[in-house]
Design a protein around this ligand. Structure first.
Ligand code: SF4
Length: 114
């Protein structure tokens, strides 16, 4: 909200979209244009694919607090660890596509306490 109120949020959005045009968001540095439908190693386009989201109580106490850690399980992790405990989500892409507005809605439902 502070970014939005300061007017800087639009600049951040523009910057993020420009990175997606030649994606170097992770060390794979595929260089694909995700804004035009190209996909790199992570098989992800413009919109997120999410497997589940919820207040998560399974982490360490300092992370969980009183309302949960607010977990969003994104699919298609670019690290591709062979021992991943969430393989169907991280490598097989089990999840559903969401719009950016829907993702914002998910995040805003978590009770963030500063
Ligand atoms: S794996 Fe995905 S996030 Fe990483 S650089 Fe390639 S397209 Fe971008």
């Amino acid at each position: 909200m502070r970014l939005y109120e300061s007017g800087m949020l639009k600049d951040r959005i523009r910057e993020a979209v420009s990175i997606l045009k030649r994606c170097e968001l992770c060390p794979r540095r595929c260089g694909v244009d995700r804004t035009s439908g190209e996909m790199g190693f992570c098989k992800s386009g413009m919109n997120p694919i999410v497997s589940s989201y919820n207040p998560h109580f399974g982490e360490e106490r300092p992370l969980v607090g009183y309302g949960g850690s607010g977990t969003i399980f994104f699919t298609n992790c670019s690290m591709a660890c062979v021992f991943c405990q969430n393989y169907p989500i991280s490598q097989l892409g089990e999840g559903n596509p969401y719009t950016i507005d829907q993702l914002a809605e998910m995040i805003s439902h978590f009770d963030i306490q500063e």
